[in-house]
Design a protein around this ligand. Structure first.
Ligand SMILES: C[S@@+](CC[C@H](N)C(=O)[O-])C[C@H]1O[C@@H](n2cnc3c(N)ncnc32)[C@H](O)[C@@H]1O
Length: 275
């Protein structure tokens, strides 16, 4: 780590309460260990990370499990995938909503599961993962339920399924990363949005899917032309045109909308209770 990075890192972590400062600082240093890429990730998501760590402090929780989850997520995000740029905001913005029920639509190899499982473990929440294929093995978290089913069919059964397990049928975190097709996504919105809790957060991946996609570090990947399927479904829902190749924020009561253009695009909808 260069002297410049060292000083910058000190500035970044300054807001955290003093008696944990040194431990957090040393843990972060070990995690970052000379890696400029890690440091840039931290800097990019500085606000999210500060809010995340402040959450543990304001809740009077031990921040170290949260820090361990953060460091694990930062390390995992170094494995370049179609969602690697978004691992940190998925973790930080989920945890601060204090979810009890998390639903993941689209599992495959379990990148999003990796993060959502950490959120669930931190808060003792239930994680429900839905996929057409058998993805039961990607997590060992005991409060995870894997449902091998079409996600629209599962939405129909959801209230009954929750009742059987004694779970409140209100979704706190919803991650949509399944077909990426317009008609299917608009149906996911139609079926799942009425099931959202009052202070829910929704993550929609692939809102900037193109034949070639770019990550934040400049690397590229092959995508496919989904005819703007996911972002178009959001445009229809909010009755507004979005420019998905630019970052943007917008407010459509009750949702604060934050869009990241990199890495196939991630759009975050955070329900706000006040206008
Ligand atoms: C892009 S992958 C998910 C990636 C995963 N979220 C991750 O971060 O590793 C899409 C997954 O959605 C699943 N899928 C597609 N259509 C679906 C549907 N109608 N219902 C449930 N799962 C579906 C596919 O089987 C596939 O595993």
């Amino acid at each position: 780590m260069t002297r410049y990075h060292d000083q910058a890192l000190r500035r970044l972590i300054k807001p955290f309460f003093p008696h944990y400062l040194l431990d957090i600082y040393y843990d972060l240093r070990v995690c970052l260990s000379n890696s400029k890429a890690s440091f840039d990730i931290i800097r990019y998501f500085h606000k999210d990370i500060v809010n995340y760590l402040k959450f543990f402090i304001s809740e009077g929780r031990d921040p170290f499990p949260g820090l361990a989850a953060l460091l694990a997520t930062i390390s995992r995000s170094h494995i370049i995938t179609d969602i690697s740029d978004h691992m940190i905001p998925i973790l930080t913005r989920s945890v601060i909503r204090k979810p009890q029920l998390i639903i993941e639509l689209g599992v495959r190899g379990g990148e999003s599961t990796f993060v959502l499982e950490r959120v669930a473990r931190l808060l003792d929440a239930v994680l429900v993962s839905v996929d057409l294929e058998d993805c039961s093995q990607v997590s060992t978290y005991w409060k995870r339920h894997f449902i091998r089913q079409d996600d629209l069919a599962f939405a129909e059964e959801f209230p009954r399924w929750c009742a059987t397990l004694g779970i409140k049928p209100q979704i706190d975190i919803l991650l949509i990363d399944s077909s990426h097709l317009f008609d299917h996504t608009r149906q996911e919105i139609r079926c799942y949005f009425p099931l959202l809790a009052e202070a829910a957060t929704v993550f929609l991946h692939d809102t900037n899917l193109k034949e070639t996609v770019v990550r934040r570090d400049g690397t590229t990947d092959l995508g496919w032309d989904n005819q703007r399927g996911v972002i178009k479904a959001l445009e229809e829902y909010f009755e507004q045109r979005f420019l998905e190749n630019q970052p943007f924020e917008a407010f459509h009561y009750p949702f604060l909308i934050t869009h990241y253009r990199y890495c196939f695009g991630l759009t975050i909808l955070e329900k706000r209770l006040t206008r």
